[in-house]
Structures are given as structure tokens and as C-alpha cells.
Design a protein around this ligand. Structure first.
Ligand code: M6R
Length: 370
């Protein structure tokens, strides 16, 4: 079943490109427009949506955070992302024009299921982004957009994450289409960027795995890691930190790089490994400069810098001790590539420590209790 791989996690990381590709498949009509008839929400109902609330847990919530940046930019409606277990026990402001999006790989996460019931009881429509046909969450939702990542067995979610981002992006671009929030050619060129991502993910798998393995060997005894990113790199940092704590049992903390000077920089000591997700140097270069200055600050305090950055970034070459390179990609697409070396890194660390990467201690693949 592992198809020659020595763990499901290894196999599933190598299915990241296919997960993105299959999730895009069949969602574009012959004119290249997005067709979401399958979700059974009428285009005029979609058109009326003026707010999105994503409910999810763990990795699925980080996929939702990535989507927030993209959908707010494309559709110009507010997107809130809330951990399902928090949403469920408060008094959220929902109207019939709010679309609640429940993201779940398994479709059986009890916290997310209870949150979706909470939303529906108050009259909101719920759309599930789910990887498991016929599971409880899609069954109880008003509409479903399936991710076609294929079954995910390893407890640590990998290919489902990239598929969830892809599905949420398709949803966002569809909303932009029905609401007329973007020009048709803008939607087309964004879709073209999305379609190019499987090839770029494959490039990472083909060219960066050795560097990742080497870094894991070098850092296998590190007691803790910090993961930092800004903008879409922030949820990617959170996801990278979650992977490492979950399977390598290493203490990690992921946070927004802008927070450094508001407290976390006090943690930085000689040799502390810090992973930075560095945005592209082009376009949004304000963010690039900010992240680089964060790197400089911690470097001056003796931190060991691991960067995920765009090929040939000269600032990164100057400061980083270890770099995992990504091919050029627009900022909003970069999470689909940036997460891949972090998935590999967590897996390599866990294997070096002799742990079962597919079945980490204390965890279940789907959390069916509240
Ligand atoms: O099946 P779900 O997507 O609803 O699961 C949500 C989380 O429990 C899940 O992503 C968890 O955080 C993973 N073990 C992370 O790798």
C-alpha cells in the first residue's frame, strides 16, 4: 500500500503535486471559466455572500488562514478564520449572507462538525471543503467542494493541506467571477499560476530533498525551533511548526515575524534554530525587506538561520546558514511550495530520531471527540 515508500508520510508528501492537480481538475469549463455547479449553491446566492467564516482545526485551519489572504485580496469581502472549537462556544455574528466554510480532511473532526451545526442552526449556509466522500461534515453541509488528494493515512497532514489551499483558491476565484470582483483575464492568469504549481512542487521534491535531509542531520539534537513568516508565510510557519512538534516531538513555536520585537526575540539565544519563510523579493518587496531585517536581528544575536526562499535571493544567500530554495512563484501561490520542504524536514527529523512518522504518540488521524 505504501507503493515502495517506507512510510505513508513519505508517499503522501510525494503526492503533493498530484493533490493540487487533481483538485483543479474538472473545475474549469471549456472556456476556461470556473464551474462549480457541483457545489449546489446557486450563482445568485454566491453573488450575495458578503462575508466568509472558515471553521477548521490544526492544519486545515492553517489552509484557511492562507486562503484568507487570497480571498480578501481577490473578492474584497472579509474572511475570518476561526478554530472550530472556539467558534462553537461563542456567539458568532452570522447572517444569511455569511458563507461558513468548514475545512476538514477526514470530514469527521467532532469540533468542526459541532461548529458547522452551530452555524447552520443560526441560518448560515455551510460549504465543506473535504477530502473524504460521504463523511459526516460534507453530509451535514449545504454544499461540498471535495479535495481530490486521495486517502491520507499518515497522522500528519501533508497532501491534504496543499489540496485544501487549492480548493479554497478555486472557491475564491469563483466568487470573484460571479461577483465581478476581478477582470476575466486576471482570473485566467491567476488560474494559470495555480495550474503551474504542481510542476513547481515537483521541482522542490526533485532538487531540495537532499538539502533538507542534510539540515535534519545537522539539527537532530536541537531542543526547540522557532518558525516565522509574514503574510501567507505566517500560516506556513505555523504549519511547519505543527509538523515538527507532532511527529518529531520537538518543541516549536510558529508566529508572525512582525511579532519578534513584541516579545519572542527574548527567546533568541546563541545557536537557536529559526526557520524563516522569506517572501519573493519582487513585487511585494516591502515584506521581503521586513523579513530580511528580522533575519538580521536574530542573526546578530547568534541564531542559526534556516530560510525557505526564492531561488537566488541574494539577501538570503548572505545571511542564512541553511536554505531550502523554491522556484519563482507569485506571493499568493508560494505557500503551496514553501510548505513542502517543511513537511520533508519534519519527516526526516522524526525518522532520524527513530520515531514512527505515520503514527505519532498520543494522536489519532481523525479526532472524533470534542
Ligand atoms: O481531518 P481534519 O482536517 O478535520 O483534521 C484537523 C486536524 O485534526 C488535523 O489537521 C491535525 O492538526 C493534523 N494531525 C495535522 O497534521
Amino acid at each position: 500500500e505504501k507503493g515502495g515508500w517506507d512510510s505513508f508520510m513519505d508517499k503522501e508528501i510525494h503526492e503533493d503535486p498530484a493533490a493540487v492537480q487533481r483538485t483543479l481538475l474538472g473545475r474549469l469549463d471549456k472556456h476556461g471559466d470556473i464551474n462549480l455547479d457541483e457545489v449546489r449553491i446557486e450563482p445568485h446566492d454566491f453573488k450575495a455572500i458578503d462575508k466568509i467564516i472558515v471553521i477548521a482545526c490544526g492544519t486545515a485551519a492553517y489552509a484557511g488562514m492562507v486562503a484568507k489572504y487570497a480571498i480578501e485580496h481577490w473578492v474584497r469581502i472579509p474572511v475570518e478564520v476561526e478554530l472550530a472549537h472556539e467558534f462553537r462556544y461563542r456567539d458568532p455574528i452570522l447572517t444569511p449572507r455569511t458563507l461558513v466554510v468548514a475545512i476538514s480532511q477526514s470530514g469527521e473532526t467532532m469540533d468542526t462538525l459541532m461548529a458547522l451545526r452551530h452555524a447552520r442552526e443560526q441560518g448560515s449556509k455551510v460549504l465543506a471543503i473535504c477530502n473524504t466522500q460521504g463523511a459526516s461534515i460534507p453530509r451535514e453541509s449545504d454544499a461540498v467542494l471535495y479535495t481530490h488528494a486521495g486517502p491520507e493515512v499518515a497522522v500528519a497532514s501533508t497532501k491534504a493541506f496543499v489540496a485544501q489551499i487549492t480548493a479554497a483558491y478555486v472557491l475564491g476565484l469563483y466568487l470573484a467571477q460571479v461577483k465581478g470582483a476581478m477582470f476575466r483575464d486576471e482570473i485566467q492568469s491567476t488560474l494559470d499560476s495555480l495550474k503551474a504549481m504542481p510542476r513547481k512542487i515537483q521541482w522542490i521534491l526533485d532538487t531540495q530533498a537532499k538539502a533538507v535531509q542534510k539540515a535534519a542531520e545537522q539539527m537532530v539534537n536541537a531542543k526547540s525551533f522557532l518558525f516565522l513568516g509574514r503574510h501567507v508565510g505566517y500560516p506556513v510557519a505555523m504549519e511547519g511548526a505543527l509538523k515538527l512538534k507532532e511527529i518529531a516531538y520537538t518543541f516549536t513555536e510558529g508566529f508572525a515575524a512582525g511579532e519578534l520585537k513584541h516579545g519572542p526575540i527574548a527567546l533568541v539565544d546563541e545557536g537557536e534554530p529559526i526557520v524563516f519563510i522569506v517572501p519573493p523579493a519582487r513585487g511585494r518587496n516591502v515584506l521581503h525587506a521586513k523579513v530580511i531585517s528580522g533575519i538580521e536581528e536574530v542573526k546578530a544575536r547568534g541564531a542559526f538561520i534556516i530560510a525557505v526562499a526564492e531561488e537566488g535571493d541574494p539577501d538570503v544567500e548572505r545571511y542564512a546558514d541553511v536554505v531550502f530554495w523554491r522556484p519563482k512563484a507569485p506571493t499568493l501561490m508560494s505557500p503551496l511550495v514553501d510548505v513542502v520542504p517543511l513537511q520533508l524536514f519534519a519527516m526526516d527529523m522524526a525518522k532520524l530520531k527513530g520515531y514512527d512518522v505515520d503514527k505519532p504518540r498520543n494522536l489519532a488521524k481523525s479526532v472524533t471527540v470534542e
